[in-house]
Write a protein that binds this ligand. Structure first.
Ligand SMILES: [Zn+2]
Length: 466
């Protein structure tokens, strides 16, 4: 059985799940289900990132132990993914015992192979607590961290360093030749450009921070949270025979970490590189940055309550091209839902189903194969390139064409035999659509299959209009 291993980022437990996490996770689930449907042993890994000063502080604020705090938030992620029918193989937490062990082995290997300095270096600089990292002067805007709007603190500490600069040539070669494929292409070019400007070694540890994974070669230090978090993919992959990953799906803000830093770490210990790292874009809500202060944060629960499980999965990925920046608004999502699902697919199925219930068929109607069908072929290759919204346009066209065919044929005016013949021609095409949409709409696809195999005698609308 061929393998396919995809990952979402593991989400930091300083925040409860929102539409941003949902967007990435649904996309990862769709592509994994696609390969599963093609009978691959396809697995999706997701989870939570739980260490670091920020979590320790947040826990303290809530008068909780860090682990207890992390338990509560990570449960919220699990609930969210359950409500969206995310079919992951494991929910990994960086506080899991096996992760801690494997992360430590990994760090020891980096040390033994000379990728980490033998002794810590003293570093003085401006440190953003929100980012949990030192910021360069160039990154600040009016002396403030542009993301957190806070003034970084003067800070000096001894840190161990990962010698990124030793691996730049190798990285340039694997990235430019797509051995480590970065998509979209524009992002690949950005990373290559940045790499050409030269990279500095980075600090990978903090002294005297308890809430983290201890460096095996110096127990007075814990791993910088980003570094050990990256290893989570390997923790699962290496123990289950699926390393290297086929796809790391990330937001563009963490692409550098997932290509240059993660790439260096893997090259340094002689492990395989992920085959592809795909960065999706940023989005706004009604044209504004999502923020608690503005009060425009959308939760996965909001989406499911409004559109149902499948509806929520669909509207997110249909809204704008995956990989590009875009905007979400309730108006736009409502329009997509009504046009594509309520009036589109839902209405088509209901029309044909009404005719279908008048007849009994001696042999079961099967899905059309889609072989040698140009539309189906291009749909599939678009999905494989993660061009979800473009792929869905093809289905929309197919649904529209079927509607026109039905209008022209007026099957309700035909005699019994002609009606049967018509259904024998049309139903397999609807089943094919259900089949193609299965990664997006797993429950709906199943319902449609059951309806047309006579297992369901009557049916509520698949997608009630909003
Ligand atoms: Zn910051």
């Amino acid at each position: 059985m061929k393998k396919y291993f995809a990952t979402t980022p593991i989400y930091y437990v300083n925040d409860v799940p929102h539409i941003g996490h949902t967007y990435t996770t649904v996309a990862a689930d769709v592509i994994t289900r696609y390969w599963k449907q093609k009978t691959y042993d396809a697995r999706l890994l997701t989870g939570t990132d739980e260490h670091g000063a920020k979590i320790a502080e947040a826990a303290k604020k809530h008068s909780k132990k860090p682990k207890q705090y992390a338990d509560e938030i990570s449960d919220k992620f699990k609930e969210a993914w359950k409500s969206l029918n995310i079919d992951y193989v494991r929910f990994i937490r960086t506080t899991d015992e096996d992760h801690i062990r494997i992360a430590q082995d990994f760090l020891q290997k980096l040390y033994d192979r000379g990728a980490i300095d033998p002794k810590p270096r003293l570093y003085k600089g401006l440190y953003c607590v929100g980012h949990e990292k030192f910021m360069s002067k160039e990154e600040l805007v009016n002396g403030l961290c542009p993301d957190h709007q806070t003034k970084p603190i003067e800070h000096s500490e001894e840190n161990y360093y990962l010698k990124l600069s030793n691996y730049t040539q190798q990285l340039e070669e694997v990235i430019s030749t797509d051995k480590l494929k970065i998509r979209p292409i524009s992002r690949k070019n950005e990373i290559l450009g940045k790499l050409k400007q030269g990279v500095e070694d980075i600090s990978i540890s903090r002294a005297n921070l308890e809430w983290g994974i201890q460096l095996p070669f110096d127990k007075s230090h814990t791993s910088y949270v980003w570094i050990e978090a990256l290893i989570n993919y390997y923790t699962y992959g290496s123990q289950n025979g699926v390393w290297p990953a086929d796809l790391h799906l990330v937001g563009k803000d963490i692409l550098w970490f997932h290509t240059i830093i993660w790439g260096t770490m893997l090259l340094a210990i002689g492990e395989g590189l992920p085959k592809e790292v795909f960065a999706h874009g940023f989005f706004t809500i009604n044209g504004q940055k999502m923020s608690k202060t503005i009060g425009n944060v959308i939760s996965p629960q909001d989406l499911v309550a409004k559109y149902g499980v499948d509806g929520a999965r669909y509207v997110l990925l249909a809204a704008f091209p995956f990989g590009e920046d875009g905007d979400f608004s309730w108006d736009a999502l409502n329009r997509i839902y009504n046009a594509d699902l309520a009036n589109g697919l839902g209405n088509l199925v209901a029309r044909i189903y009404r005719l279908f219930t008048n007849h009994t068929f001696n042999h079961k109607l099967k899905s059309a194969t889609g072989e040698n069908n140009i539309r189906v072929e291009s749909y599939k290759s678009l999905i494989e390139d993660l061009q979800f919204s473009v792929a869905l346009k093809i289905i929309r066209k197919e649904i529209k064409d079927l509607d026109i065919e039905i209008n022209n044929a007026k099957p309700w005016e035909l005699g019994t035999n002609e009606q049967k013949a018509f259904l024998q021609r049309i139903v397999p095409r609807i089943l094919l659509i259900a089949d193609l949409l299965q990664p997006f709409l797993p429950q709906t696809a199943e319902k449609i299959l059951k309806q047309f195999s006579g297992q369901v005698k009557s049916s509520a609308p698949l997608f009630p209009r909003i």
